[in-house]
Design a protein around this ligand. Structure first.
Ligand code: CTP
Length: 207
């Protein structure tokens, strides 16, 4: 998965975030270059689909979950890079919401499904890779995601180092420990992540 999600409030407004999709698209391209058959489930971005990758366009987290479930059978690896909205409006207004003078407008939000945790909880789960974009305490929060969502690997970065830009500084967290990658263009970082995924796949097939 890649990019942001978009949760409609009414026909012309919605909740989204500043994810550009660049890291997820770079990873899809790196996986394809490594010989994988790749389905890229993408939220709204301005990016073009990498060569050799099948893109499925979605907007909301629930659409993203459905598209992931359709693409999953037979997959060896699931990599969740999308910045999925944790909450969506409880109701989507059928008509454009009109302002009501100076009164407060209260939006009620309900939790979205966790797509990655859902994939990792399946009996026939593929190798599961998550991303953790944090503004502080990276190691603590990334390790919490690794164990909490029962993942094989988490790619952690500080939002101020990567979100929206062309470069990223990441640390890979897996059950053997922490593996920092050098700061580089997202394409280069993606290759490093794919190399680590391949090492874990080889370990699990040798086990
Ligand atoms: N993810 C997902 N579905 C969600 C939320 C997140 O698949 N509904 C995936 C993301 O693609 C990413 C990882 O989970 O791989 C991020 O974890 P998450 O706990 O959502 O991060 P934050 O939203 O930053 O959560 P927190 O508020 O706990 O830091």
């Amino acid at each position: 998965t890649a990019g942001p999600t978009y949760e409609a409030i009414d026909p012309v407004r919605g909740i989204t975030n500043i994810s550009s999709g660049k890291m997820g698209y770079a990873l899809a391209a790196a996986c394809a270059a490594a010989g994988a058959e790749v389905v890229l489930v993408s939220g709204p971005t301005r990016l073009t689909c990498p060569a050799g990758v099948t893109r499925v366009d979605v907007a909301s987290a629930r659409q993203m979950q459905t598209a992931v479930e359709e693409a999953l059978p037979g997959a060896d690896v699931f990599i969740g890079v999308a910045a999925v909205a944790d909450y969506r409006p409880a109701e989507v207004a059928a008509d454009k919401i009109k302002k009501t003078g100076n009164d407060e407008l209260v939006l009620r939000l309900v939790p979205n499904p966790d797509i990655l945790a859902g994939v990792a909880a399946r009996a026939d789960r593929p190798l599961c890779v998550g991303f953790a974009a944090e503004s502080r305490n990276l190691a603590e929060y990334a390790t919490k995601k690794l164990h909490g969502k029962k993942l094989d690997m988490v790619v952690g970065n500080l939002v101020q180092d990567g979100m929206g830009g062309d470069h990223n500084t990441v640390v890979i967290f897996d059950h053997a420990g922490q593996h920092p990658l050098p700061r580089a263009a997202k394409e280069r970082v993606a290759q490093g992540i794919v190399n680590h995924v391949v090492r874990l796949l080889n370990q699990s097939s040798n086990a």
